[in-house]
Design a protein around this ligand. Structure first.
Ligand SMILES: [Zn+2]
Length: 343
């Protein structure tokens, strides 16, 4: 299995302390990708290679031009308004209900228009890191399109919360959706399975009205978990896409036995769709010791998860999504991938 990794992800590094004082824990940190890279290397799971540059064309197949232009220029505009000592740009207000849904011209308004939470700062290096993450996913898609059985894109920042014209949930561009669309543009029949702890709201929105890409997500019930406003079981797709979106929300404290049943349900839906390629949005924050999550999967469960998904026998583009238990993230990611590779 080829592993696609770019050190450019380190350009997106939020502050973890200020004047020697530890800040509220930052979870989506560069150490995540480094830990995974180290574990995959130690376990000899595959050759590690750099991404190829694909340009913005494939990004624009999934995201609105307005969002792309915003992400490219927003940090510089924010600094221009708020001062050169700014390191992280956050929105401060949003076009909530009963307000006009127009971005205006001021950077604070535009930022609130495109961003949906307070956890996803834009930094000087965010654009570069997010672009490289997309290229990792596209390089993996290209390898699979050319005949590879599996390719793993070690994307950071992650992508599955980014919608066509929204960013948030630590995500800027939807790496998995861009890879899926790229494969569609080459005539491939594609399904996406998202096993991140959180609902893949961005991926769902991007393909919600389409019958040509199946979107399946297993995740914590949004009644009590992020992203709170999407990911319920009754969201089945719309118009032509009716029946081509499946959400499997699970209860607080879910362990492997219940998870395995949900996985069977999800995989039956994927198999019935008859895809030629599976894009697997691999989040590892279902882990019992993940600091921001409430499921109880254990280290060895990821081997079983990988094996179960691998039994589909489909070529697979795997994109890295969430997972924040730094001490074990490398091991559980390696377990999931090793499971996938088990014949
Ligand atoms: Zn997550």
């Amino acid at each position: 299995m080829q592993i696609i990794y770019s050190p450019a992800h380190r350009r997106h590094a939020v502050a973890t302390e200020f004047d020697g004082v530890k800040l509220i824990p930052a979870y989506e940190v560069p150490e995540r990708a480094e830990a995974v890279l180290q574990a995959l290397s130690d376990r000899r799971l595959g050759a590690i290679r750099s991404p190829e540059p694909f340009g913005l064309g494939p990004v624009a197949r999934v995201h609105d031009q307005a969002l792309i232009r915003f992400l490219e220029t927003a940090f510089a505009k924010f600094v221009k308004k708020h001062g050169a000592d700014v390191r992280e740009a956050y929105p401060s207000s949003w076009p909530a209900r009963r307000l006009r849904q127009v971005p205006g011209e001021d950077i604070d308004g535009v930022m609130g228009y495109f961003c949906f939470d307070t956890a996803t700062p834009l930094l000087d290096g965010t654009w570069t890191a997010a672009r490289e993450a997309v290229d990792c996913a596209l390089t993996a898609a290209q390898l699979v399109d050319q005949g590879a059985a599996h390719a793993f894109a070690l994307c950071r920042p992650p992508g599955h919360h980014a919608a066509s014209d929204l960013y948030g949930g630590y995500c800027f561009f939807n790496n998995a959706a861009i890879a899926a669309q790229w494969l569609r543009d080459r005539g491939r029949r594609v399904a996406i399975l998202d096993v991140d702890y959180h609902h893949g709201n961005g991926t769902q929105e991007i393909f919600y009205q389409r019958a040509d890409v199946l979107s399946v997500s297993i995740h914590a019930d949004p009644n009590w978990a992020f992203p709170h406003f999407l990911g319920f079981a009754d969201e089945r797709g719309e118009g032509a896409g009716e029946g081509f979106n499946l959400n499997v929300p699970l209860p607080y404290g879910t362990g492997w036995d219940s998870y395995a049943q949900a996985l069977d349900t999800a995989l039956a839906k994927v198999a019935a769709f008859g895809p030629e390629v599976l894009v697997l949005a691999l989040g590892l924050d279902t882990f019992g010791h993940d600091p921001i999550s409430k499921f109880r999967l254990q280290t060895e469960d990821y081997l079983r998860m990988g094996e179960t998904i691998g039994k589909l026998g489909l070529p697979m583009v795997v994109t890295m999504e969430g997972g924040y238990a730094l001490g074990q993230l490398g091991e559980i990611t390696a377990n999931a991938l090793e499971g996938l590779l088990t014949p």
